[in-house]
Design a protein around this ligand. Structure first.
Ligand SMILES: C[S@@+](CC[C@H](N)C(=O)[O-])C[C@H]1O[C@@H](n2cnc3c(N)ncnc32)[C@H](O)[C@@H]1O
Length: 288
């Protein structure tokens, strides 16, 4: 065997992830580096359960064997599968509904955008799409088709699996419970035959939304400014330095006096960021 291969062989054996504690540590570090999410000690069962499918898919018999494969031979697609498996995509239509009311009743009228008739919103960490579609329903109500307003929504998430669902815009009937009945008729098409029991978001809203994969911790190649950014129920998984860095980045993409909405359980208190708190979970940009 050539010397180089011998060296590689030696290194691979030396670095082999041998036991479960080492495997958990590897996964915890991997997810932290890739998504900023801190999976704490108590998440070991979750890691084991969520990666079980990947482990079986590759014919491995243990988590350490799978992690060893991830470390030495896996490609980017496999890493994406790991991120997909370990991110929590829980969401629902009109979640924390006061934010949508704030959007149309206060944010929009206060920004004086009337002369341009353009309004852009970013749903950062949109999961399976219920958040951007909820924004879309509210904006459709606010801007009737004849109003001539050009409004659009950028919807991003790190999870490709969640984004694929979001792009399809197809949801089981029992996910619609929080929506007003007349919105179901206006904004959804009922599935028939094989799709009975499901509804699909109509183009009148779906066409206004651009879905894109984006890691909030990566370089954000976005050439746009937004009147309002929804970044809800994701920062809760990040540590304070990561939150501060992210919020500073997001603020750069807000128009002057634009708004950042975070989850009800999240707070930017104590972070050094150019935003003022209007009320819990609602922030306004202070720098021009
Ligand atoms: C709990 S869901 C929140 C969904 C929605 N914003 C809401 O409030 O209902 C959190 C989402 O954040 C995404 N996420 C986690 N880390 C991320 C990162 N570094 N960049 C972008 N999205 C991320 C996850 O994939 C998941 O879909």
């Amino acid at each position: 065997m050539p010397i180089k291969d011998l060296e590689r062989e030696y290194l691979m054996t030396a670095l082999k992830i041998k036991d479960e504690p080492a495997a958990f540590e590897y996964i915890i570090n991997l997810i932290y580096q890739r998504c900023g999410i801190r999976l704490h000690e108590g998440k070991q069962e979750l890691i084991r359960a969520r990666l079980g499918k990947r482990i079986r898919h590759h014919g491995f018999h243990s988590l350490p064997d799978y992690c060893d494969f991830l470390q030495h031979s896996a490609d980017e697609d496999e890493m994406t599968q790991v991120v997909d498996a370990l991110t929590t995509n829980f969401t629902h239509f009109l979640r924390e509904e006061d934010h949508f009311k704030f959007l149309v009743n206060q944010a929009l009228p206060s920004l004086g955008l009337g002369s341009q008739k353009r309004f852009k919103v970013w749903s950062a960490a949109c999961a399976t799409g219920e958040e951007p579609y909820s924004i879309g329903f509210y904006l459709s109500e606010f801007f009737p088709p004849s109003s001539g307003w050009d409004w659009s929504i950028l919807a991003t998430d790190i999870s490709t699996k969640a984004l694929n669902k979001a792009m399809q815009g197809v949801y089981p009937d029992d996910k619609m419970d929080s929506l007003p009945k007349d919105w179901l008729r206006k904004y959804f098409k009922k599935g028939v035959n094989a799709w009975s029991g499901y509804c699909k978001v109509k183009p009148v809203v779906a066409e206004r939304i651009l879905f894109r994969q984006l890691n909030l911790l990566g370089s954000m190649d976005i050439n746009d400014s937004f009147a309002v950014i929804f970044c809800r129920n994701v920062m809760i998984y990040f540590d304070r330095p990561t939150q501060e860095k992210l919020v500073r980045q997001l603020t750069r993409f807000l128009v002057p006096n634009g708004y950042l909405l975070v989850g009800h359980a999240e707070s930017l208190n104590g972070l050094n960021v150019p935003l003022k708190c209007l009320r819990p979970s609602i922030y306004q940009k202070t720098e021009r």
